[in-house]
Design a protein around this ligand. Structure first.
Ligand SMILES: [Ca+2]
Ligand SMILES: [Ca+2]
Length: 288
């Protein structure tokens, strides 16, 4: 069987694999970097969510009702720290993994000459089983000080600090339901104590959790379009009907399309199974 870097079909409930770093290609990668890279230069409270078609969501509510192999991208970074980003999963899949060893870019808004990443670099994660709660964490300057206390999207793990009125929330999350492939953006504040400036742009990630999971999260964790809300006390609000129905339509097209593809390709897949291995078609990498 041909070796493949496509981890999306590996299915385990007790591990998460992270594929190699892939470069961003404008127009073919699964998100539009040009739309989001300025998030790194703006403080959270001054983002114009309405004109960007973004909605704040509760960063602690990354719950996946459906199995999916997520993708995570580096959007920007405005921090002197060099920090690892980790993911933890609890439920259908229970496991942890390092997503990026060092979320520092050589061309980010605050570039690090030795930063290993370029804007838009992304990784493919292995399949996460249905009914899993995901959390991301940053270990501030953990490349040099690995024992620093991580700051998680799960606020119950974080300190409360008088320097951050949003604490114990250190991650902001934004939904982009109008993107061709709806995604969630995450931004963190990497200083818990003195020195915290609460800009929540010290690292910005984009996360693809699949259209079904996105819709579930967006409709249950929407915090509206006022960027100035306090993230600790923010209340969820209903998604407006127009947006809800257009998402429903998107989801319906997605599900019908997937059923069509499954039927369409059922026969060829069986045929492939009977071919000698030397004539296998190359595995299609998820490289978009
Ligand atoms: Ca900051
Ligand atoms: Ca910053």
């Amino acid at each position: 069987m041909a070796a493949s870097t496509d981890l999306s079909n590996i299915s385990s409930a007790t591990s998460i694999s992270v594929g190699p770093i892939q470069s961003y290609i404008q127009g073919s990668t699964w998100f539009d970097l040009t739309k989001y890279k300025n998030l790194g230069s703006q403080e959270r409270v001054s983002i114009d969510l309405k004109s960007s078609n973004l909605w704040m969501i509760d960063s602690s509510q990354l719950y996946l009702p459906y199995s999916y192999a997520p993708r995570v991208a580096f959007i920007n970074e405005g921090a002197g720290y060099q920090s690892p980003i980790k993911i933890s999963a609890t439920g259908g899949t229970t496991a942890q993994a390092t997503v990026f060893k060092n979320l520092s870019g050589s061309n980010s808004i605050l570039p690090s000459a030795d930063g290993p990443l370029k804007l838009g670099d992304w990784v493919q994660l292995s399949m996460i089983q249905a009914n899993t709660q995901l959390n991301f964490s940053v270990t501030p300057n953990g490349v040099f000080q690995p024992n620093n206390r991580p700051l998680s999207t799960d606020p119950s793990l974080n300190p409360v600090s008088s320097y951050n009125p949003n604490s114990p929330v250190f991650w902001a999350a934004y939904a982009d339901p109008k993107a061709t492939r709806p995604i969630i953006l995450l931004g963190y504040e990497d200083i818990a104590g003195k020195g915290s400036d609460n800009d929540f742009n010290d690292g910005i990630l984009a996360v693809d959790l699949g259209t079904e999971n996105f819709t579930s999260i967006f409709t249950s964790a929407n915090l509206g379009q006022n960027a100035k809300i306090n993230l600790k006390t923010a209340q969820t609000v209903p998604v407006p009907f127009e947006l809800h129905s257009s998402l429903g339509l998107l989801l319906a097209i997605f599900i019908v399309g997937r059923r069509f593809l499954q039927r369409r390709f059922l026969q060829p897949v069986q045929a492939v199974a009977e071919m000698p291995s030397s004539t296998y078609p190359s595995p299609k990498l998820i490289a978009d």
